[in-house]
Ligand binder design. Sequence first.
Ligand code: D41
Length: 678
Amino acid sequence: MSTAAARAAAARVAGLREQLARHDHRYYVLDDPEVPDSEYDRLMRELRELEAAHPELLSADSPTQRVSGAPNAEFDEVRHGVPMLSLDNAFADTDVVEFDRRVRERLGTEAEVEYCAEPKLDGLAVSVRYERGVYVRAATRGDGTVGEDVSANVRTIRAIPLRLTGAAPEAIEIRGEVYMPFAAFRRLNTEAAAAGEKLFVNPRNAAAGALRQLDPAVTAKRSLAVYFYASGEWRGGAEPDTQQELLAQFNAWGLRTNPETRVVAGVAGCLEYYHSLAARRETLKYQIDGVVYKVNRRADQEALGQVSRAPRWAVAHKFPADEALTTLRDVEFQVGRTGVLTPVARLEPVMVGGATVTNATLHNMDEIERKDLRIGDTVVIRRAGDVIPELVRSLPERRPPGARSIELPAACPVCGSAVVREEGEAAARCSGGFVCAAQRKEALRHFASRRALDIEGMGEKLIDQLVERAMIATPADLYDLKLEPLAALDRMGEKSAANVLAALERSKRTTLPRFLHALGIRDVGEATAAALAAHFGTFAALRAASPGQILEVQDVGPVIAAHLHAFFAAPANWEIIERLLAAGLNWPEGPPAVRAVGALDGVTVVLTGTLASMTREQAGAALQALGAKLGASVSKRTDYVVAGAEAGSKLKRAVELGIPVLDESGLEQLLRGERPAA
Ligand code: D41
């Protein structure tokens, strides 16, 4: 091998050791990992491979040469009677086939080996020591030889008996996994969020945090649980002959073991167990990250022995990682049907949870700011079950020098209209309305809706078809529709098509408030439309108004004024409006209100019956905009009753009490701020 290649390998090995040491410290000592486990595993695998290829680089202080972790200074050290071994990992089914082949080779058998298969809990390994059946101590795994004394905390776990049931050995160490069930984890994070504290990333970290509490009373509240799966030192009495019998003995002593454990035949049995558990993974009440296969017979286990702290008779078959690191290549903005712009992360493709992920939604600009994302960042992607991939966070410590910040575009990526983002609102929106292809269907549906132009029969399904077949793009196109092509659509026919055309014809005679509302200008609802119509009197006056003049309208603030101004400033909107007017849309117009604001202060009006020019809600909103009060019933204090068609008891009562009764022309006078005589 060339010296250059050897130097490169040595440099890479040193770099990997440094990174792994830092990750160990963050993970085991600080409980605050910087990278997902899968990334750690990847680095460790690369280091092992390099060391295998270059044995001259091996050293005693390599992270591959010890199991891991440094004891937390706060707790006393405990030396395990028998070291706690670690597990080798298998990722692919073929890794398990290899494992089984090595086992049978060493045992010198062609026959199927019996394995004990268990879920691999994502918790913390502990060793609990009983002497003459009495709980004496509990320790974390630590580096496998020396762990931390967590006796006081583990004691608080209700599932751990303080005395074993029945006859017990003189001394025994029992190993298992302490974990936090999902329910307890969610509860803990809900409480932490309410208290404004930092949330735990996953149940494993939460369990680690709970075990490391200096005050056992805090641990006791954290609802930890445990499953036992192995023994360490065993002094006095005979050890069971199989893993299965060992677990049965644990149960007899009152110790929990995982009920999902099965004895399976050969590698086929192992893989079948793995895939069936993987399919049920979401239904378990606790987090698992794979399964563990153990040669069932203890005599076989002893014959197989161990290599560098890991038994040759067991292997952890991991589920595909559900978190992974990748690069944020770009952020694009998608426009939804209501015009909301949603940022979408474009990622360097990465395998997460068994699927390739290339995109992740980012919801809104606030989230981008909160997560401090830049294009070029290394990011953590998580995929839980079948759900949509999530961008968890970025790793600012890995940010490349050229990383670009992410800006909200000024123009809509679909139609080029201005993008607006209101103060205090997370969502940014395209102001294009009909002009924007992304918003077309929604804008048309609104235009035709009952409270707008009320085009009967022009429902969502019909609009979908018309837009999809490019028969219409804007409301102006509605009035160009012809009978034959309409009749040819799904669920239509001659009669329905004729009905729709008749409804379109009827809708041309409308009111100014309805028309303004129908345009779908952001935040211009019925009440605002009515107030605008009452204030300006004519559409021409409104369209010519400056933002300052629009601000004079009651209840219209700078945001709505800006939306209106932007809408009327867009030539595309103008073209639509001109075409609608040319098609014959019309409404009664009055002169602009003389002294609109407060003109009806102190005036109480009761509305009754059906009005022809606007809905009662629109009329009420417009009256209120001028300062009038709306009465629910007619009394001596009522100043006017406005009576539309089919007015009933309220009209009768007004006549009885001698209250002035107005028709629609009287209402128009009121809306101009006048006080008509009956
Ligand atoms: O559920 C687990 N996390 C689990 C861990 C398990 N079910 N079995 C395990 N068996 C062992 C051996 C075979 C070495 C006794 C283990 C672990 N070890 C283990 N946990 C942490 C490091 C090793």
